[in-house]
Design a protein around this ligand. Sequence first.
Ligand code: GRF
Length: 200
Amino acid sequence: MGCRVAVLVSGSGSNLQSILDAEHAGKLGGATVKVVIANKADVYGLERARKAGVRTEHVSVRTEGSPEGVAERMLALFAEEQIELIVLAGYLKLIDTGVVRKFHRRIINIHPALLPKFGGKGMYGMKVHRAVLAAGEKESGPSVHFVDELFDHGPVIAQRRVPVLADDTPEALQARVLAVEHQLLPETIRALAEGKIPLG
Ligand code: GRF
């Protein structure tokens, strides 16, 4: 019957694209993206969803009036679409505690470093890669983890390593990590949809 997925984005949505492409290619373990939600109206991630014929929603404090309103609207959308798995793919807002509890071990996030290192509040985008280089790390790579009430904090379920090169710039490292994110996230969703990693 497949696993019904919501994807949350705040930006360009290249990870969302990798999920949509995997679904289209029959490589998502029968999982299907039912709705893409963004906290901003004009992000390219929503455009990618529209092009793929997927329902899009803009849900933010601006549209809903309060953080509680955001949580209520999300829960209503998840109920309406009978969502079983929520994927944060470059979503920069903290998920409401009530939503996290209701979807225990059913929300995953991708982070562009080897958690538990280089995660937490404010650690996003190029800041992560700059910190990895500044620390003199020899390896980096994306992590997928279950989401709890803290930024980048819940149990890690998948990681992949890439080398950090001697002459790396943050941009070069980001590109190397992002290319691997685009494999790791769809593969992890597939493993969840196929029951190889147990969902909550
Ligand atoms: C990725 O690096 C992801 O790991 C992080 O945010 C970025 C999103 O990129 N959480 P995109 O919007 O999927 O292109």
